[in-house]
Design a protein around this ligand. Structure first.
Ligand SMILES: Nc1ncnc2c1ncn2[C@@H]1O[C@H](COP(=O)(O)OP(=O)(O)O)[C@@H](O)[C@H]1O
Ligand SMILES: [Mg+2]
Length: 195
């Protein structure tokens, strides 16, 4: 059963197995398209496992082919649709912040931190969709990771976004270099105002 079609991939659910298949993009040159799909698939599978090892809840990867990943289907609530009405939003934001702290502690940049890439299952927040992720030690890259989240919170959850983001940042401070990242984020915010 097809459950979704994202910007890049088709998602097929088969029992408890989810297959994320990166499909051909006709507007890209064929060779470049194939290379890109293979690279992103490989990278995403690796980062899903790296993140899990770092203590972040991510779907278990069972198998990969050149352009598809077979992974655990996380049966829960997509935060995009849920967080605005969630009574336990503080707990959810705390988990989000702690997850990002663990990623950055391990030099994993998610690359697309949005509430469409987070699923609440019981009391856990799962991170998915590492297709734009990469490894980096740079403070700037970590600050941009947070900036992407801040901006998408504003766009999708505008009335509550400040509350949400403050709580997320508060629990992000479990990362030992969080001060440096937050200082950099503030500079990016100022820069953004004048762009
Ligand atoms: N492992 C998973 N378990 C449950 N739902 C998932 C899983 N992976 C993806 N989804 C659902 O499919 C949507 C698109 O998947 P995603 O990996 O974010 O692809 P895209 O790169 O197209 O954004 C997600 O927003 C989520 O609703
Ligand atoms: Mg996504």
């Amino acid at each position: 059963m097809e459950i979704g079609r994202g910007a890049e991939a088709i998602l097929i659910l088969n029992n408890n197995l989810l297959i994320k298949n990166r499909v051909e993009k006709c507007y890209r040159l064929k060779e470049i398209d194939e290379k890109l799909r293979k690279e992103r698939t490989k990278k995403e599978a690796k980062l899903l496992s790296d993140a899990k090892r770092a203590g972040v809840k991510t779907p278990t990867v069972f198998n990969t082919t050149k352009t598809s990943i077979e992974m655990e289907f996380v049966e829960g609530k997509l935060l995009r649709d849920h967080i605005n009405k969630a009574r336990n939003w503080e707990m959810i934001c705390k988990k989000i912040g702690e997850n990002i702290a663990k990623l950055h502690e391990n030099n994993i940049i998610h690359g697309d931190l949005t509430t469409s890439n987070m699923i609440l299952k019981n009391e856990d927040v799962y991170f998915i969709d590492f297709g734009l992720g990469y490894e980096s030690k740079r403070i700037e890259d970590k600050a941009i990771d947070l900036r992407v989240l801040e901006k998408t919170l504003k766009a999708k959850h505008c009335k509550r976004s400040d509350e949400f983001f403050k709580k997320i940042i508060k629990s992000y401070t479990t990362y030992e270099k969080s001060n440096e990242v937050i200082n950099r984020l503030e500079k990016i915010q100022v820069r953004g105002r004048y762009l």
